[in-house]
Ligand binder design. Structure first.
Ligand code: BGC
Length: 756
């Protein structure tokens, strides 16, 4: 164990301030005389972007050759924790081999709108899936003592004005949707570092938000690493340091270090706050430095791994008995992506890929294949000759696979998409091909949902997402059945952009963006509104079929501290081996809060040979049933019945069981003059006292209402008015003196106190 405190005690004030910002774009500073070496950080998240040579001031000079693994848009579709661990493990090896101490990722922001330019780097519209998969990614990287930087903390769900815009939302939405993924990753996988986001949250920059960086992150979740800024996210350095932002990246040429020194000297900043920050940074530096591994970085082996992973990620969205194709049939690949696949997005995650075999080359080595480019794949423009050649080729073939997708310029860090469509030239070409060829499959390359106006006319759709540099091999294997598709959608494909819940409030006016849809993000919204979608959350087909049976709960009752194991038997009922993604959703039927129809709370992927059955187990605890209660400032599930739903997608639930939950948690409740009858009657312990009080007010000579009066005020109306009446109204309607009411209120509060 290093004596960090002793090292810090020997540092000058300037050295300590210096440790809190980068030396350049990628390196932290060293203090050689005290044995603190210089360490490097690099992007992330789905490959190593280590800049070769000296860092330039924007960090965009050439980076070393590396392997681009499938992006998070794709790996999320694997629904496979092991796959994410293997990805992290490979990246950790690469970092050790290249002497990179922290890999900047994973990025876990929620895909609030399909338009966010950076969606390809993010996992899902669902925080549970996001949290589970990112935790596995972190565990894999950190198994090599290389740090991760979980980013972008928090509520950074768009690129538009990302450095200044304020993401405005209520506490419940923040906790349930936008923080929950971070929370799981921090608690389960303990990332060495977190990267705060550029944006403000409810008016305060994330980089100086004490509630976020200290209260939630450290005090509640137990984070024990350091927080770094996103590149250039620092607003007021000293305020940030006090709030819990330890490291500023990149450096500021010394100006903000000088501000820290000055603040200590003039008493504005307690030196112990600086010491604590330096200690946290040194601790992470030495976790890496003291555990160096002799690693080699095998580009070919990792390329192979990237291709294998992508086979597990692609989602077969539709298949009307067209796929798998048969080698030797007269098949045409149409679309430039067949020769130049789009496999990653633009910006800081851009990998200098070692080798990118395309689907056309891979397939051509195995069987004859026709090809036509069809459209210019880098812009939205019809090129008449290409168009005509494609139609001719489509006529000659027995089946056509169109390689469609978003061009680079449509999807990148730094700006959002302006619409959800594919380039019009691609849609036009697909429509024209359909006029001459009945057997059309479409392969998609995109990092986020697109509108598919021809979806009901083509026979098959295979979503590859931005699948990394092995996408060509994976596409070939999946199209011809050498691999069986087993990805499932980590997000909903709405029919059109206007259906998306954030539509009216995305991306805001540049100063503020109002998360008005609250917790109803993605399927939580579409299901509640009973809206038709193109493809639902969790959807994914296979070349085989699965049957679900024997749903069992280890207990049909649950309390705050118990765990219930859900088991279900899955059988491969087809003729080929495949992998099923078992999804568990929970539906709250207690009526205690306005909640989504159901929410994902468990999943697992299971490999099954043809005819094979396996029983899988998933665990639930009180948190699985809970929502975030703003009065308690805590997670809460009301006592009552919860439906446990198991299926193959959010829209394909196969089995259901009831779970009865009993909580000892009580919501804060104090009776006042403004408490309504309905609120009183919702508390069983008060009902007798309320009834007794009402009885005591009954007058002996009370006359029943006349017929005319009953017509004007129906029984239902009278009852509803009674429920909605605050206690104070008894003064006006029942002539109850104020003091009598106050005595009644005191009595009710005393009963409540006793029952706590
Ligand atoms: C991005 C981060 C990235 C950093 C360093 C920023 O612009 O938002 O995700 O890690 O640059 O490249």
């Amino acid at each position: 164990m290093r004596d960090l405190k002793s090292i810090i005690s020997q540092m000058t004030l300037e050295e300590k301030a210096g440790m809190c910002s980068g030396k350049d774009f990628w390196r932290l500073k060293s203090v050689e005389r005290l044995g603190v070496p210089e360490v490097m950080v690099s992007d992330g998240p789905h490959g190593l972007r280590k800049q070769s040579g000296d860092a330039d001031h924007l960090g965009i000079n050439d980076s070393i050759k590396a392997v681009c693994f499938p992006t998070a848009s794709a790996t999320a579709a694997s629904f496979d924790r092991d796959l994410l661990y293997r990805l992290g493990d490979a990246l950790g090896q690469e970092c050790q081999a290249e002497n990179v101490s922290v890999l900047l990722g994973p990025a876990v922001n929620i895909k609030r709108s399909p338009l966010c330019g950076r969606n390809f780097e993010y996992f899902s519209e669902d925080p549970y899936l996001t949290g589970e998969l990112s935790a596995a990614h972190i565990q894999g990287v950190q198994s090599h003592h290389v740090g991760t930087s979980l980013k972008h903390f928090a509520a950074n769900n768009q690129e538009y004005m990302r450095m200044s815009c304020s993401s405005d939302m209520d506490e419940r939405t923040f906790r349930e949707i936008y923080l929950a993924g971070f929370e799981t990753a921090v608690k389960k996988a303990k990332p060495y570092t977190l990267m705060c986001s550029y944006n403000k949250i409810n008016g305060e920059y994330a980089s100086e938000n004490e509630y976020l960086l200290t209260k939630i992150l450290r005090d509640e979740w137990g984070f024990d690493g350091y927080v770094m800024s996103d590149w250039g996210a620092v607003n007021e350095r000293v305020k940030g340091l006090k709030a819990g932002l330890e490291l500023e990246m990149p450096g500021s040429g010394g100006c903000t270090d000088a501000e820290i020194v000055e603040a200590v000297k003039n008493g504005e900043l307690d030196e112990s706050v600086l010491d604590r920050a330096v200690e946290r940074i040194l601790d992470v530096i030495f976790r890496y430095v003291d555990n160096r591994e002799q690693q080699t970085f095998d580009l070919d082996a990792h390329h192979h791994l990237a291709a294998e992973m992508e086979k597990e990620c692609a989602v077969l969205l539709k298949n009307n008995a067209m796929l798998p194709l048969t080698r030797g049939d007269k098949i045409a690949y149409i679309g430039g992506f067949a020769k130049t696949p789009r496999f990653q997005g633009g910006g800081s995650s851009h990998i200098n890929s070692s080798y990118i075999p395309c689907a056309f080359d891979v397939t051509s080595k195995k069987c004859e294949i026709l090809y036509a480019q069809g459209f210019a794949h880098d812009k939205d423009e019809i090129v008449p000759e290409l168009f005509a050649q494609a139609i001719e080729t489509a006529k000659q073939a027995n089946a056509v696979v169109v390689f469609a997708g978003l061009p680079d310029s449509f999807e990148s860090e730094g700006y959002d998409r302006s619409h959800m469509r594919l380039p019009d030239c691609q849609n036009r070409l697909i429509e024209e091909i359909l006029k001459v060829q009945p057997n059309v499959a479409v392969v998609l390359h995109n990092g986020s949902p697109v509108e598919l106006p021809w979806a009901d006319k083509v026979k098959a759709i295979l979503e590859m997402y931005l699948g990394g540099q092995g996408v060509g091999e994976a596409t070939d294997a999946l199209l011809f059945g050498d691999a069986n598709p087993c990805g499932h959608l980590p997000e909903t494909f709405p029919i059109q952009l206007e259906d998306n819940p954030s539509y009216l409030n995305f991306p805001g006016d540049g100063k503020h963006v109002n998360y008005a849809e609250g917790v109803f993000v993605g399927y939580r919204y579409y299901e509640k509104k009973k809206m038709k979608v193109l493809f639902p959350f969790g959807h994914g087909l296979s070349y085989t079929t699965f049957d679900y049976s024997d749903l069992k709960l280890s207990s049909d009752t649950m309390t705050d501290d118990s765990i219930v194991t859900v088991s279900v038997r899955v059988t491969n009922t087809g003729t080929v081996a495949g992998k099923a993604v078992v999804q568990l959703y929970v539906k709250d039927t207690t009526g205690a809060a306005n909640r989504p129809e159901k929410e994902l709370k468990g999943f697992t992927k299971v490999a099954l040979d043809a005819g094979e059955s396996k029983t899988v187990e998933l665990q639930l605890d009180a948190r699985s049933l809970s929502w975030y209660n703003e009065e308690l400032h805590d997670w809460y599930a009301a006592s009552g019945t919860y439906e446990i739903l198991v299926g193959e997608s959010s829209a394909d639930i196969r089995l259901q069981a009831n779970l009865s939950f009993e909580t000892a948690k009580k919501l804060p409740f104090v009776v006042t003059m403004n408490t309504t009858t309905a609120e009183l009657l919702a508390h069983p312990e008060l009902v007798d006292a309320v009834r007794a009080f009402e009885q005591s007010l009954k007058k002996e000579d009370e006359q029943p209402a006349s017929e005319v009066a009953s017509e004007a005020v129906s029984d239902e109306m009278a009852y509803q008015m009674y429920l909605a009446s605050p206690l104070r109204s008894m003064r006006s309607f029942s002539g109850v003196p104020t003091q009598t009411l106050l005595d009644h209120i005191n009595n009710l509060n005393a009963i409540l106190k006793k029952s706590f």
